[in-house]
Ligand binder design. Structure first.
Ligand SMILES: C[S@@+](CC[C@H](N)C(=O)[O-])C[C@H]1O[C@@H](n2cnc3c(N)ncnc32)[C@H](O)[C@@H]1O
Length: 265
């Protein structure tokens, strides 16, 4: 099947991605540790929300966000229109970056490699556009790390099918755990891997938006799951309803983590 982006770029998905940025940007910006004056590239910059925050930290340096989808690029450019000096967005593909070798001090990608049909090629491109000694930072998924207590078997089944669909579309829902191997194979040195936990119990501020993120990921993909013969509309809806009931429990816990890696060129 041709490569496609599983989440799409419809308005409700853009709202979900914006909420995910609210939940996950602060620790990621700490991890990035942009230095003043750096030339920075985000590959797969989506709505540009993270890029705008990173650009503020790299000032008076500059940040370029590269993005393949027209709709995301348009949203990011609306941010720039509200006046951000030295922040630029351009169209392009992670597998063929339109920059000369050695252009950037820091290249980063978040929630991108899981969608790229050739992640090894994309990482080689990221290394090519980094100057010697420049840094790479990535944060990715291992969707199989997701756990609920009490368990949500209907949702868990649909989640596995969602992951199967992502694979059929050319992505890799478990790429996070492979980062060390992939970065080394791409020629990076000093590769260091770590985890960013996202573990929330009922009553904590992030519990509801975090669990709601998974419902918002799966429900819109119901049609595609049915078309691919992976789950019926009823199964998808039953899984989402189960997670909605989970959301209302006073004793529930959700456990997840992001895989991270940083490295040097
Ligand atoms: C889940 S979003 C993450 C956006 C942003 N990095 C963030 O953390 O909010 C992934 C983005 O990667 C883009 N994308 C997917 N494949 C791409 C590719 N081959 N080249 C460039 N962008 C790509 C998608 O269009 C989408 O906007």
């Amino acid at each position: 099947m041709a490569h496609a982006y599983i989440h799409g770029t419809a308005a409700p998905e853009q709202e979900r991605l914006a909420r995910l940025n609210e939940l996950t940007n602060a620790p990621f910006l700490e991890f990035l540790a942009c230095r003043a004056g750096e030339r920075v590239l985000e590959v797969g910059s989506g709505l540009g929300i993270l890029a705008a925050q990173a650009a503020a930290r790299a000032a008076p340096g500059m940040l370029v966000g590269l993005e393949r989808a027209r709709e995301q690029l348009a949203a990011a450019r609306r941010l720039v229109a509200s006046g951000r000096p030295r922040l630029y967005f351009c169209g392009g593909d992670a597998r063929a970056l339109p920059f000369a070798g050695g252009t950037f001090d820091l290249v980063y990608a978040r929630y991108l490699l899981e969608h790229v049909a050739d992640p090894a090629g994309a990482l080689r491109e990221m290394r090519r556009v980094l100057r010697a000694g420049g840094r790479l930072c990535v944060q990715e998924n291992d969707n199989f790390a997701l756990k609920f207590d009490p368990p949500c078997p209907r949702f868990a089944r649909v989640w596995r099918r969602f992951c199967a669909l992502q694979r059929r579309l050319g992505g890799d829902p478990a790429i996070g755990k492979k980062l060390f191997r992939l970065l080394r194979a791409a020629g990076f040195t000093r590769v260091a891997v770590s985890l960013q936990p996202e573990t929330y119990a009922a009553g904590s501020a992030a519990f509801v938006p975090w669990v709601a993120n998974f419902i918002a990921l799966v429900r819109p993909v119901g049609g595609a799951l049915a078309a691919a013969g992976l789950a019926t509309a009823e199964e998808v809806e039953a899984g989402c309803r189960e997670l909605e009931r989970f959301l209302a429990r006073p004793d529930a816990t959700v456990i997840f983590y992001w895989n991270r890696a940083c490295a040097q060129n």
